[in-house]
Design a protein around this ligand. Structure first.
Ligand SMILES: NC(=O)c1ccc[n+]([C@@H]2O[C@H](COP(=O)([O-])OP(=O)(O)OC[C@H]3O[C@@H](n4cnc5c(N)ncnc54)[C@H](O)[C@@H]3O)[C@@H](O)[C@H]2O)c1
Ligand SMILES: O=C(O)C[C@H](O)C(=O)O
Length: 329
């Protein structure tokens, strides 16, 4: 059966995440091995030539699923008919730069892109914001797209989720596929809270298996939460291949569903669950089915977790207030 190609828009297509991402989308890793795609690449004018070079390479791969590539610096054109939008293009954090500095620099990008999505995207649009500060950039885009259901806007915490899974597996000497039900709460920032109290390792409770609160508080949480900064320090550039991989995972899971008995982490508009302020975009444990997600309900939040969730949510509220003051939402 011939399927209609899915329109996938990628912003910041000429950047380092873009370079790691586009070939995997075109080869079927984002949506599935039987789903043809049209790529719509958005860049700033200075980035268009490099995006054209990447498009030449995409052609040279002769990917059977890649039907068409459009390259533009016009957001209205890039999001026209978009079914999936990966908002990667942003000003990346460099060594020594505080996250708060990024709000001003990036705020102006995500408002107009939200509006272009509102006015031109397909009715089934799904948006993933990768560009930092991802949660608040997603909030800006979402608030500038009043005609699009709020639950179509998500922010990426899947990289944090994957990092947490890998660190826990290492600690317990198991393979990553034995780790289930990991949760990242809050912001994609150093305040995020990777929660292992509900995670399972080979069917057993992970926190009980670890049984080491010192490791949890002093090693695991800071290692996961500050991994992005550690990579910038080591590479001299922010994570690219692992970020692209997480973006693929995020959308693939959203579209194709979570495995039975497992869940994932996504930054989504809060409905007030777990005392997280309504309306901010915060990471939650979610299950996905039929292209929709639901927050996992009924988890018991202990004192250790409560304090950390509240701290990260507090930071998100500050970011929301800051962009509100700047008139960006
Ligand atoms: N959420 C996460 O887990 C996560 C992980 C890693 C990186 N990031 C973030 O992803 C973003 C991209 O990282 P990168 O390493 O690819 O950066 P990069 O600087 O290599 O690429 C960014 C690209 O975006 C383009 N761009 C800038 N403004 C644009 C706009 N208005 N429209 C379209 N394109 C635009 C630039 O020209 C550039 O080509 C950064 O903000 C980084 O901090 C997020
Ligand atoms: O770009 C950054 O600030 C780091 C990135 O978000 C990461 O988590 O690797």
């Amino acid at each position: 059966m011939t399927r209609t190609p899915v329109n996938v828009t990628v912003t910041g297509a000429a950047g380092q995440i873009g370079y790691a991402l586009l070939f995997r989308i075109a080869s079927g890793h984002l949506l599935g091995a039987d789903v043809p795609v049209n790529l719509r690449l958005l860049e700033i004018p200075q980035g268009v030539k490099a995006a054209e070079g990447t498009a030449m390479e995409l052609d040279d791969c002769a990917f059977p699923l890649l039907r068409d590539i459009t390259i533009t610096d016009d957001a209205n054109k890039a999001f026209d008919g978009a079914n999936v939008a990966l908002l990667v293009g942003a000003r990346p954090r460099t060594a020594g730069m505080e996250r708060g500095d990024l709000l001003q620099a990036n705020g102006g990008i995500f408002g107009p892109q939200g509006k272009a999505i509102n006015d031109h995207a397909a009715d089934d649009i799904k948006v993933l914001v990768v560009g930092n500060p991802a949660n608040t950039n997603a909030l800006i885009a979402q608030r500038n797209a009043p005609d699009v259901p709020a639950d179509r806007f998500t922010a990426m915490t899947r990289l944090d989720h994957n990092r947490a899974v890998a660190q826990l597996a290492k600690k317990l000497g198991v393979t990553v596929n034995e780790v289930k039900r990991m949760t990242i709460w809050g912001n994609h920032s150093a305040t995020q809270y990777p929660d292992i109290f509900h995670a399972e390792v080979a069917g057993k409770n992970a926190a009980a298996e670890v049984n080491d609160e010192k490791w949890l508080a002093e090693e695991f949480i800071p290692t996961v939460a500050k991994r992005g900064a550690a990579i910038i320090d080591a590479r001299g550039a922010s994570s690219a291949a692992s970020a692209a991989n997480a973006a693929i995972d995020h959308v693939h899971t959203w579209v194709n569903g979570t495995a039975e008995g497992d869940w994932t982490s996504m930054g989504i508009v809060s409905d007030g669950s777990y005392g997280v302020a309504e309306g901010i975009i915060s990471s939650f444990p979610v299950t996905c089915k039929d292209g929709k997600f639901e927050i996992v309900q009924g988890l018991e939040i202990n004192e250790f977790s409560r304090a950390r969730i509240d701290a990260s949510v507090g930071e998100l509220i500050e970011e929301r207030d800051a962009v509100q003051e700047l008139g960006l939402i």
